[in-house]
Design a protein around this ligand. Structure first.
Ligand SMILES: *Cc1c(COP(=O)(O)O)cnc(C)c1O
Length: 357
C-alpha cells in the first residue's frame, strides 16, 4: 500500500467508475450523511453523554425489541476482538470457522485484546460452523494442558455470502448451551442476512440464543462505525473501560452515533441491504450459464464468487474491473447500498465477453 506515502492528492476530483471489489469501496448513504450533518450543530457533551448516542441506543433497543447494552466503536476488528475478549479469560479459547474474519483478517487482534485466548478453527465446509464441527473441537481435549473452549463465533452473513438459517443458528446455540459456551455473532453484514431471511433482528439474535452481536455499520452505508450489542447485560460489565483502553472510545461520540440514528429511524439499514443483495442476484442470474465461469457459492447476501480460468480473470482486469481473489479462492464481487444496476449489467456483459473470447 502506498496511499499514506503519497504527498499530493491523486485524481481526487475525477469520479471513478463504480467497482464491486468490496462493499466498503462505497461512500456514505444519504440517511447517515443527513444525520451527521444534523448532529454537526452546536455543542454536545463528549464521550457518549450526548443526545445522539442516547437516541441511537434507543433505536437499537427498539429494533431488537429488547433492553440490550450497546457500545459504538470505530471498526469491525475492534468490535469483534473486544466482544470476544469480554467473553473470555486469557486461558479460554474461541471456536470459529476456517474462513472467519477473526481468524484470517484481524491480524491476531482477538488474541491480542484477550491477552492470549486462542482461536480454534473448526471444520467449516462452505464457510459455516455446524453443531458437529463445534462439538468435535470443543470435546477434542478436556485436560488442563489445552485452552478451555468458552465461545463460539459465527459470521452472519458469512465471508462467502451465505446466510445461516434461524434453524441453523438455533441448533448451534443449543449445542453452545449444552457445552457451556457463549455465542458471538460477527454481523459485519448482519443487515444483508436479515434482508435475505426476512426475519426480525430479534429473531436472528437473542431469540435464537446469540449472546453478543457485532452489527456492521460501515458496509451498511456509514462512513465509520460498528455497534456491539450485549443481550445479557452481565456480559457487558466494564466493557466501556475495555473500549477506552483499546482506543475505541470516541470523544465526539455523537458523530459515531448519529449515522446509526439515520440508518435506523429511516429504515435505510434494511433497504440498503435489500438493494445490495438484489444486485448480487442480478449479476448471478446473468452469468449463471456462461461457459467456463462458475458460481462458487449460493448467492444469498451481497456477494458473488466466481471460479474462472486465470486468463479470463486477467482479461476482466484488463477491462478495468477490480476484484479480490484471496477470499474464498475465486473472484469476489461485492455490492454496496448504492450499487448501480446498470453498472452490474456492464460487469455481467464484460464477464460474458471475456469468457467467450
Ligand atoms: C469487513 C468485515 C469486518 C470488519 O472489518 P474492519 O476492517 O475491521 O472494519 C468483520 N467481519 C467481517 C466478516 C467483515 O467482512
Amino acid at each position: 500500500m502506498t496511499v499514506q506515502s503519497q504527498t499530493r492528492p491523486v485524481a481526487g476530483a475525477i469520479p471513478q467508475p463504480q467497482q464491486f471489489a468490496s462493499d466498503n469501496y462505497s461512500g456514505i448513504c444519504p440517511e447517515a450523511w443527513a444525520a451527521m450533518a444534523e448532529a454537526n450543530s452546536g455543542y454536545a457533551p463528549a464521550y457518549g453523554e450526548d443526545p445522539w448516542t442516547q437516541r441511537a441506543s434507543d433505536a437499537f433497543r427498539q429494533l431488537f425489541e429488547t433492553n440490550c447494552e450497546i457500545f459504538f466503536v470505530f471498526n469491525g476488528t475492534a468490535a469483534n476482538s473486544l466482544a470476544l475478549s469480554a467473553l473470555c479469560q486469557s486461558y479460554h479459547s474461541v471456536i470459529c470457522a476456517e474462513s472467519a474474519h477473526v481468524e484470517t483478517d484481524e491480524c491476531g487482534a482477538p488474541e491480542f485484546f484477550s491477552n492470549g485466548s486462542k482461536l480454534l478453527v473448526a471444520a467449516s465446509p462452505g464457510g459455516k460452523l455446524t453443531p458437529d464441527s463445534i462439538r468435535e473441537v470443543a470435546l477434542k481435549r478436556q485436560d488442563i494442558h489445552y485452552p478451555k473452549p468458552r465461545v463460539v463465533t459465527i459470521t452472519q452473513s458469512t465471508e462467502t455470502g451465505q446466510v445461516y438459517s434461524l434453524a441453523e443458528i438455533r441448533a448451534i446455540s443449543a449445542t453452545c448451551r449444552e457445552l457451556g459456551l457463549k455465542l458471538h455473532m460477527d454481523g459485519a453484514r448482519f443487515a444483508n442476512a436479515c434482508a435475505h431471511l426476512g426475519c426480525s433482528p430479534a429473531e436472528m439474535t437473542w431469540q435464537s440464543g446469540v449472546d453478543v452481536l457485532c452489527f456492521g455499520g460501515t458496509k451498511n452505508g456509514m462512513g465509520v462505525g460498528e455497534a456491539v450489542l450485549f443481550f445479557n447485560p452481565v456480559l457487558a460489565e466494564d466493557f466501556d473501560y475495555r473500549c477506552k483502553q483499546a482506543g475505541q472510545l470516541a470523544s465526539k461520540m455523537r458523530f459515531l452515533a448519529a449515522p446509526w440514528v439515520g440508518l435506523m429511524e429511516t429504515g435505510a439499514w434494511i433497504s440498503n441491504a435489500r438493494h445490495s443483495n438484489h444486485c448480487a442476484k442480478r449479476l448471478a442470474a446473468q452469468i449463471a450459464d456462461v461457459p467456463g465461469v462458475e458460481l462458487m457459492f449460493p448467492v444469498e447476501a451481497n456477494a458473488v464468487f466466481l471460479r474462472a480460468p486465470e486468463g479470463v480473470l486477467e482479461k476482466l482486469r484488463a477491462r478495468g474491473w477490480r476484484f479480490y481473489t484471496f477470499i474464498g479462492g475465486g473472484a469476489r464481487f461485492m455490492f454496496a447500498w448504492d450499487a448501480s444496476p446498470a453498472r452490474v449489467d456492464e460487469l455481467a456483459s464484460d464477464i460474458k465477453a471475456v469468457a467467450e473470447s
